[in-house]
Design a protein around this ligand. Structure first.
Ligand code: GLC
Length: 727
């Protein structure tokens, strides 16, 4: 079938629909169930039940028993599987190859949480464009990204995969990822289909323990967890992944209220719903299915289109239809969505797109590495700086710690073949000619005999000590929950020893989540959160440490002062007894510590300073169907060029449900030279000020709103004005 080039979209769409209906009419029940089956590929450990049809994968494909595949295999092997599907199966329907391209493919970019801290949507989109170009060049046509789970609990290891705690920022990141991956045409050689995940509420796992139970009220679901999915769907994402967790006691995969009514009817999603890995089989462990057949039935009745990596759908759906337990029309609905997706991606017309050697994209090329470097430079967050940064270029530096010369800077979820080329911090500093002595001092979570002594010996001769500490990649990400999100004891022992020398100490932190850092606020001069920055990490960090690049990142997630504060996030409700830090007893407070986090959402320092002034509203009164322009001046009052993220927050003072003390509703990142002053402008209208009420409907209610502009969510110099909304 030749692609419809230049044919009016409507007729092309009509042609596709006719082809789809002809295919569905010709398919057997087994072939329909096969399209709804996603294999984990040839070499995967079985999880629970049978991993795929009890046949060699080639035979299953030949029989039309597989519709898509998670492809962690060489391109030549993908091409052979595709050849079998196209040339040896009865209907020749091509396979869709998928992968978790979460933060880059061959060139690894900063973890999503890190790039969210850049507050730079353009940079994030271009990073996703590079990732798509590299992955699509390897035959991948769908990525299980962006992850849109709202991260409020750093015990949960997967906060590193999302965009932090704020629905507005995560929604904008969703749009940037979808635009970057899909481009203007998902069928284009350098494009991927985006898959929004994990639908929905997975990150609310109790205790921060991965895969644990989630309890989310309907208003919190719609006002906090759903906005990023609404944005990603509106941006045109072609796929959504159903999450592992229960909602209201029923696993999402078997929960028609969520997988159909919410996703399809309320959010209007028309694309493909794929389960998470073996989540259909897990319905048995959840206790909502007696066996594989019932698991397949419940999942498909709930609205699932593709079963990922287990094959209960393939084994049981034909029998369920033949015995009248499942209408064939339900299968047709899923197969229709899957085939539309394959047509949209162009693989029905060109199954071998990017599967031949000639289309080897220029992976890990200088331009891609430069893109990763740019993203990394803008993703770091300077949490504290009493003057040690930027470093004096002539300083004698002791680089101490397990991350000092480690290549373990890529973060979870990467499959790059270029890990040996990762730029370490030592590499980066040496490239800048640093006067350096380097000692590990300890391993990530183990002491090294004599390690501390050797580190102290090196540190004694130094002017400044860089403490390169942190987590290993595997300590965050999936199935990596931690009860105590802090640095391992051997690293703390090293830090205490080094701090005892009384020299300036700069903590350079590598982590996939906020860690408990309060000790360092008193014993380190500066704290730089570098997250996992990808292939060019060391070069980017060295650039920031030496001031070649002024840090501009802002926290997308709060840093708790103590584990006991978790969950702590900026857009909280006021409660009926808000504590005013005045010592009052019967208020919402702790006896043994403050309510405020150590570092709040939106916090991030620069080597220069910025001042905001002259907040103005185009009108102090806004009609419900009108809008208002919010303006403020921002000035670089320091001695070097830098970038500030000016943040717009609102608070609905009184509504039919309790509303957060502030909510991000806009941000502008701008570069300013020393002394330069600019005016930034935001617009607000009812859709920015409204919320979902207890009836599930979106509403903006008249009344008073605080409109605030600041440099962080807890800016002590936050500018504020009152806006009255009238019917
Ligand atoms: C994993 C993750 C999901 C990922 C999928 C495929 O279990 O939960 O985020 O996309 O399996 O690898």
């Amino acid at each position: 079938m030749s692609r419809a080039q230049g044919v009016p979209a409507a007729r092309a769409r009509g042609d596709v629909e006719r082809k789809i209906e002809r295919l569905i009419a010709a398919m057997t029940l087994e072939e329909k169930a096969g399209q709804m089956t996603q294999s984990a590929g040839p070499n995967t450990d079985a999880i629970g039940a049978e991993q795929r049809p009890p046949l060699p994968l080639e035979d299953a494909i030949r029989q039309g028993g597989v519709g898509s595949m998670i492809a962690l295999i060489p391109k030549a092997q993908m091409r052979e599987y595709q050849r079998i599907a196209v040339e040896e199966s009865r209907l020749g329907i091509p396979l869709l190859f998928c992968q978790d391209v979460i933060h880059g493919h061959s060139t690894v970019f900063p973890m999503p949480l890190a790039s969210a801290c850049s507050f730079d949507l353009r940079q994030v989109e271009s990073s996703c464009r590079v990732a798509a170009r590299e992955a699509a060049g390897q035959g991948i046509k769908c990525t299980f990204s962006p992850m849109l789970d709202i991260g409020r609990d750093p015990r949960w290891g997967r906060v590193c995969e999302g965009a932090g705690e704020d629905p507005y920022l995560t929604a904008r990141m969703a749009e940037a990822h979808v635009r970057g991956y899909q481009g203007d045409d998902a069928a284009a050689p350098g494009s991927l289909l985006a898959c929004l995940k994990h639908f929905v509420g997975y990150s609310a796992a109790e205790g921060g323990r991965d895969y644990n139970t989630c309890e989310i009220s309907p208003t919190t679901l719609r006002n906090v967890y759903l906005p990023p999915f609404r944005a990603g769907i509106a941006a045109g994402a072609g796929m959504v992944m159903a999450a592992f967790n229960v909602l209201d006691g029923v696993p999402v995969v078997a929960n028609r209220a969520v997988s159909h009514h919410l996703l399809r009817e309320e959010l209007g999603f028309e694309g493909v719903l794929v389960s998470d890995y073996a989540a259909v089989d897990e319905l048995i462990a959840h206790g909502v299915a007696q066996n594989a057949e019932e698991a397949a039935l419940r999942a498909v009745l709930a609205g699932l289109d593709i079963e990922m990596t287990t094959s209960h759908v393939y084994h049981h759906l034909p029998h369920l239809v033949r015995t009248g337990k499942l209408p064939e029309s339900r299968l047709d609905e899923s197969v229709r969505r899957i085939l539309r997706c394959k047509f949209r991606l162009g693989i029905m017309d060109d199954p071998y797109q990017s599967l031949d050697e000639t289309t080897e994209a220029s992976v890990f090329c200088p331009a891609h590495r430069q893109a990763s470097l740019e993203m990394a430079r803008r993703s770091m967050v300077l949490l504290q700086n009493k003057g040690a940064l930027p470093l004096n270029p002539n300083a004698r530096i002791a680089l101490i710690g397990p991350m000092a010369d480690s290549k373990n800077l890529l973060g979870t979820w990467h499959f790059s073949r270029y890990t040996d080329e990762t730029v370490t911090l030592k590499d980066g500093l040496e490239r800048l000619g640093a006067n350096l002595i380097c000692r590990a001092g300890c391993a990530v979570d183990a002491a090294i005999p004599g390690g501390i002594e050797a580190a102290l010996e090196a540190a004694k001769a130094a002017d400044v000590i860089l403490l390169a500490l942190g987590e290993r990649e595997e300590m965050s990400g999936e199935a990596a929950s931690r009860q105590a999100p802090e640095l391992p004891a051997p690293q703390m022992e090293l830090a205490r020893a080094v701090a005892g020398l009384g020299k300036p100490v700069v903590l350079v932190l590598t982590s996939g989540r906020p860690l408990i850092l309060e000790w360092f606020t008193r014993h380190a001069d500066a704290i730089l959160e570098t997250w996992f920055l990808g292939s060019m990490a060391g070069e980017a960090i060295a650039d920031v440490l030496f001031g070649r690049c002024n840090p501009s990142g802002k926290l997308a997630i709060s840093f708790p002062r103590q584990v006991g504060q978790i969950p702590v996030y900026y857009n909280c409700l006021n409660t009926g007894r808000p504590y005013q830090n005045d010592g009052g007893r019967f208020f919402s407070r702790y006896l043994d510590g403050p309510n405020a986090p150590l570092y709040a959402f939106g916090h991030g320092l620069s080597y220069t300073q910025f001042a905001l002034s002259a907040l103005s509203l185009s009108s102090a009164v806004m009609p419900m169907d009108g809008g208002v322009v919010v303006r403020a001046k921002v000035k670089n009052t320091g001695g070097c060029a830098g970038e500030e993220v000016v943040q717009l927050y609102v608070r609905d003072r009184c509504a039919s449900i309790s509303r957060p003390v502030r909510e991000l509703k806009g941000f502008i990142k701008l570069a300013l030279a020393p002394g330069q002053e600019e005016t930034v402008a935001f617009t607000l209208c009812a859709k920015d000020l409204g919320f979902y009420g207890q009836d599930g409907q979106f509403v903006c209610e008249p009344g008073l709103f605080d409109v605030m502009v600041g440099r962080s969510s807890d800016d002590s110099e936050m500018l504020s004005a009152i806006l009255e909304v009238r019917r």
